[in-house]
Design a binder for this molecule. Structure first.
Ligand code: FES
Length: 161
């Protein structure tokens, strides 16, 4: 996705008209680009008059922000203890093999980012995979195959349509 300085400026202006906090501005930019480009952090720090180091501190503190471009779909596999003992390593392994990437990486077509998390607070439903904020519990290797196929098919249909 191309970065547009004028668009970033516009996003910052919109947020400045509201509460104008650094976090709100960064959320807006993250939502638009699925990451925080360096140019955006520089612009935000200049326009909000906060040190660039503070912008980076916020950007790296919150999991919702990323300094690296993310895929269109974000898959998070819970590797907390409860999910782990119920089979999340096998699920993660299968997703890694299917997508051809390791946890923490993004597919070259920018369709998927795969991440691990450490307990989503819903242990009874483990293993859990979160897809674009949607929780899927009692995940199995077979169910993860179906999940990925469903997303891939939907993406294909968008291309064809
Ligand atoms: S360990 Fe996975 S939700 Fe708690």
């Amino acid at each position: 996705m191309r970065i547009s300085i004028s668009e970033i400026n516009q996003l910052i202006s919109q947020e400045m008209a509201g509460d104008g906090s650094l976090i709100a501005v960064l959320e807006e930019i993250q939502q638009r680009y699925r990451y925080l480009p360096r140019e955006a952090l520089i612009l935000a720090s200049e326009r909000l008059d906060v040190p660039l180091s503070q912008a980076y501190a916020v950007a790296t503190f919150y999991n919702a922000f990323s300094l690296k471009p993310k895929g269109k779909h974000c898959l998070q596999v819970c590797m907390g203890t409860a999910c782990h003992v119920r089979g999340s390593p096998q699920v993660l392994n299968r997703i890694e093999t299917t997508l051809g990437i390791a946890a923490g990486e993004t597919t070259p077509d920018m369709l998927f980012t795969l991440e691990t998390v450490n307990c989503l607070g819903a242990c009874a439903l483990g293993p859990i995979v979160v897809t674009d904020s949607e929780y899927s519990g009692q995940m199995t290797v077979q169910k993860s195959d179906m999940l990925l196929k469903r997303i891939m098919r939907a993406e294909e249909a968008k291309k064809d349509g």
